[in-house]
Design a protein around this ligand. Structure first.
Ligand SMILES: [Zn+2]
Length: 379
């Protein structure tokens, strides 16, 4: 049973092994080792070859483990050397997102252990009926071998997920689970969800519930029974007629007042970009609990007085090509007519101008001429 199962498993690994990603490093020596045992016991000449393959796989796995170990040490040293002493309040979404990511790993490992156990039980239950058959007969049709191959694959996945989850927990405990990292843009990490954080035309919910603001009221009038579509972390769409966040309010601001408030989302048309900071160091990715490639941490957004994930299911940051900051979306074109005035935001630390409109919210536009832009933003 095990001999045929090991061949089935090795064939399956050759075809589908690429799907395992990082787990393949752990799986390869186990798959070859699983084939080596029955081939040696049965005295096949191919036995030593399987062992040799397994040993080579084990050396590669050890090399990968040692690289991970060095990475954890480097990240830990970096965490110590770059600690600012500042503290930040971390919101509930970020804590939930971090726990969910770990819980998913635990559940995956448990599912593999449980299904592997079930697979072996079925394989050994089918075995007695096939005892006494020749190898040739078994090779043609043997349900116990097929079940054993699946059970072995699940066992190997169980070991690989337990090892990788253990590695994650170890790295997090060494580096520090509750650190908030400021990672320079383009350093090889990107948020898992690039859409929410840059939304324009929104009023934070706490401002929308304060006196004088009618944005929430207008939203409810336009979309009755749509409160479940409100994302408290994201805010509510600014009403054009709100005395605090409406178009008149935007256009009544002096140029200096506007420039000072330029980071506020509600000033900007929904289709406009938010103004881009001219100092690249300020375009930083915030991560909660980063511990290296093994656990990239939860992407955070700075909110008033605290940092938080946009939503609990946001997922961990992804490893990206160094230099890639955010995906380039096709931006809508600024309307040509109806401009009231322009405000130069460059003295306030942004890369371009605000165009205010008589009947709409402002649009941000950075000059096309690259000479006036800092080189780091030419990517
Ligand atoms: Zn308002």
């Amino acid at each position: 049973m095990v001999g045929i199962a090991s061949i089935l498993l090795a064939t399956g690994f050759c075809v589908l092994g690429w799907m395992l990603g990082r787990h393949a490093v752990v799986a390869a020596p186990l798959v070859l080792g699983f084939a080596a045992v029955p081939h040696s016991l049965d005295g096949y000449a191919s036995g030593p070859v399987w062992w040799l393959g397994s040993a080579v796989g084990a050396v590669l796995a050890l090399a990968a483990a040692s690289r991970s170990w060095r990475e954890v040490r480097a990240v830990r040293a970096l965490a110590r050397s770059s600690t600012t002493g500042r503290t930040a309040a971390v919101g509930a979404n970020a804590v939930k997102a971090s726990k969910r990511a770990l819980r998913r790993g635990h559940i995956k490992a448990l599912v593999f252990v449980a299904t592997a156990t079930a697979g072996w039980t079925v394989a050994f239950a089918a075995l007695p009926a096939e005892l006494g058959r020749t190898y040739e007969e078994m090779a043609k049709e043997s349900s116990s071998s097929a079940f054993a191959a699946v059970a072995a694959a699940l066992s190997i996945m169980a070991i690989a997920t337990v090892v990788s989850q253990g590695g994650r927990l170890f790295a997090m405990s060494r580096v520090g689970k509750r650190l908030v990292w400021e990672v320079p843009a383009g350093a090889g990490l990107a948020p898992s969800w690039p859409f929410v954080d840059d939304a324009s035309g929104l009023v934070p919910l706490k401002d929308a519930t304060s006196g004088g603001c009618i944005c929430l009221l207008e939203f409810r009038r336009s979309f009755p029974d749509a409160d479940d579509r409100l994302m408290p972390e994201e805010g509510v769409h600014a009403s054009d007629y709100c005395p605090l966040h409406g178009i008149d309010r935007i256009n009544d601001l002096s140029a200096a007042e506007f420039a000072a408030m330029a980071a506020e989302s509600w000033l900007w048309d929904e289709r406009s970009e938010l103004p881009e900071q001219s100092r690249p160091n300020e375009n930083r990715l915030l991560l909660y609990g980063f511990a290296g490639c093994i656990y990239t941490g939860v992407p955070l957004t700075a909110r008033a007085g605290y940092v938080d994930a946009s939503f609990p299911d946001i997922g961990l940051a992804r490893v990206a090509e160094p230099g890639a900051v955010v995906p380039c979306w096709d931006q809508a074109e600024r309307p040509a007519a109806g401009v009231l005035d322009t405000v130069d935001l460059r003295p306030a630390g942004y890369t371009g101008f605000a165009f205010r409109y008589r009947h709409g919210r402002a649009w941000f536009e950075a000059p096309e001429d690259d000479a006036v832009r800092p080189p780091a933003l030419l990517l």
